[in-house]
Design a protein around this ligand. Structure first.
Ligand SMILES: Nc1ncnc2c1ncn2[C@@H]1O[C@H](COP(=O)(O)OP(=O)(O)OP(=O)(O)O)[C@@H](O)[C@H]1O
Length: 296
């Protein structure tokens, strides 16, 4: 089932075109990672999905409705900018945010929530005196522990968190995902941290989607990483051209080669007397795909 549908979104701020024809469908039960360099347009896209910004062109539907027209009742949003009532303590923050959402929490339930994000000991401390990581933990409590939401839109959720906090976050994502009817969209720079909790990743570069792929697809690709000696690079490129292999040159002497048609590349390297410094299976990661598609 489709949770969010983004149709041909363009967004300009003055003369600056920040989003250039974005089309994406987010499906129920999946965790999506939205990756992009600083200023790529991730937060702008999330704000348009949430109806906080209007697109210059195009449309968005959330659970089949316009986000400004009742589509957001079941949405949990964690903003990249820390939100909350900083002059109040952590306990009162949870209490107020819950009440605003029509959720009545008992005293012990509030303490349980604070305990789950490791803030019970500082329940009566004013949030303005919290560290960045503590404030982020409070945001995570707002996002995950109040009410029963179906769509989670999380902008830089691990920013400022320590290792324990990142672990908590990943466990929470797994827990939410197990319920099957949830959709989670995470905008982040933390590829490595989150690679194993994401189902699909979307790379946005200069306002355009450059890649959308299933994380599982990264593992099945059969690629080889080859490092040849400096003198043999010309010989090697000639060989891969002759064998019609797709290759990416990652450094002067380093290549990533797709092994097509079961050609035994290694045998050919030996036959042609090319000096190898490394030859190993190469596993593509979100980071490596990101580097390749955002290369200027
Ligand atoms: N309200 C605004 N007015 C003018 N320009 C804006 C506004 N909001 C965002 N921009 C510009 O739009 C571009 C995209 O910003 P956005 O915040 O969407 O990027 P991002 O991918 O989330 O970046 P980051 O990873 O740094 O958070 C940037 O050049 C930014 O300066």
């Amino acid at each position: 089932m489709t949770t969010v549908c983004v149709n041909n979104i363009f967004k300009c701020f003055g003369n600056k075109e920040v989003l250039k024809g974005i089309n994406i469908v987010f499906e129920e039960g999946k965790v999506y990672g939205l990756f992009g360099k600083n200023g790529a347009g991730k937060s702008t896209l999330l704000k348009i999905i949430l109806g906080l910004l209007l697109p210059t062109q195009g449309s968005v539907s959330v659970f089949g409705k316009n986000p400004r027209d009742g589509g957001l009742k079941e949405v949990s949003y964690l903003s990249e900018n820390l939100a909350g009532y900083f002059d109040l303590n952590a306990y009162d923050n949870i209490d107020i945010i819950a009440k605003m959402q029509g959720v009545k929490l008992r005293k012990e339930e509030i303490f349980k929530i604070l305990e789950s994000v490791n803030l019970k000991e500082v329940a009566s401390k004013k949030v303005k005196d919290f560290s960045l990581g503590m404030k982020r933990r409070l945001q995570l409590a707002f996002a995950f522990c109040i009410g029963d939401k179906k769509l989670f839109i999380l902008d830089e959720p691990t920013n400022g968190l320590d290792i324990e906090g990142v672990f908590w976050f990943k466990e929470k994502i797994k827990e939410v995902k197990e319920k099957k009817d949830k959709t989670i969209i995470i905008s982040t720079h933390a590829f490595e941290e989150l690679e194993n909790v994401i189902d699909e990743f979307i790379i946005i570069h200069k306002g355009e989607i450059k890649k959308k792929s299933d994380v599982c697809d990264l593992e099945i690709k059969n690629k080889k990483f080859v490092k040849v000696s400096n003198k043999d690079t010309e010989k090697f490129t000639k060989l891969v051209d002759l064998l019609k292999l797709n290759y990416t040159r990652v450094a002067n002497t380093e290549f990533i080669v797709e092994e097509n048609e079961k050609i035994n590349l290694l045998e050919q390297i030996v036959v042609n007397g090319i000096k190898l410094q490394r030859f190993e299976t190469y596993r593509e990661t979100i980071k490596s795909v990101f580097k390749a598609v955002t290369k200027e």
